[in-house]
Design a protein around this ligand. Sequence first.
Ligand code: 5AD
Length: 343
Amino acid sequence: MTDRQKKTTESLEEISSGNFSSALLAEALLFREDEQQALFSLARERRTSAFPLEEVEARSVIEISNVCQQSCNYCSMHKDGALKPYVIKEHDVLDMAEFLYSKGRRVFLLQSGENRSKAFVEYVVRCVSGIKSKHPDSEIILCLGNLSREQYLCLKEAGAARYVLKFESSSAELYHEWKPSDTMDQRLACLNDLIDLGFKVGTGNMIGLPGQSLGNIVEDLLLVDRLDVSMMSSTVFIPNEGCNYCDRSMGDVDLVFNMMALMRIMNPGCLMPTTSCLEKARKDGQLIGLMAGANTVTIHDGTPENFRELFPIYSSDRCTPGQERMYNLVQRAGLKLGPSPLI
Ligand code: 5AD
């Protein structure tokens, strides 16, 4: 064994025994090749101990609207963007949920730009209660950005069980640089409201945006750990055509894989998606995400075809994998795709 291999084995043993010091996390984020494989293997072990049935949660996303009041530099759906605005009609959302339910899907993710208008939130409340009253056994996840505590409460009372609100970066400076129309304090206040109201909350970061250091990513890992959340995710920055950061380079996807593995090791029982931006960054990226410890996949069969190009999250030429591709992917990872909520 070389000195380096010895050091890696020792560091992994430390991490495995629960030592999550900043120095160890920074070292593990940089693991590549065999070292990275050993990290992934520990992450999979932890996933199996928490989810012995080796199941992956399948969710369908319905991108209900692209209207956004924020102007994030990494996103082309910002408020002054060139995209034609849309909101899918309430009865079309309900019909779509009906169709997906009949195909066996039980977890629905309703996603939109950030729109705090009273009319929009009331519309989402009607969509959520419409789906829940017809199908009480369905699980609804919302990803709608920063809203008021009262609005979150209405959505919760309508039947939404989970909410995804990423903190994007644990650095207040970077947060404001990437999202000039928002502040970290505001974001954390929203996260605290969601947790306090009893949502199962998802959060996480993005990797590879301008100004971010390895130390920032270590702080992101520690922040995820401090927050009382049950879902966590990391995405790799994709410089989308219509966004202000379109000329920047793509993030380092290996850092994302390692961050995912570390989140799994630190929180074995969490839900973690293997996102489509991983596939955009590297061939078989979503498979690698599952090998690094992910256990949820989003199936892009809920947004009607004519709206898809108007919701260019990550990229206008993004991948929107359908059911068959996802079943295949999960099978290749030696896992099983289940329709039921895992938490
Ligand atoms: N690259 C990577 N991640 C992105 N997100 C949005 N745009 C990008 C991009 N260009 C992530 C953010 C957001 C989530 C919905 O998608 O983390 O919270």
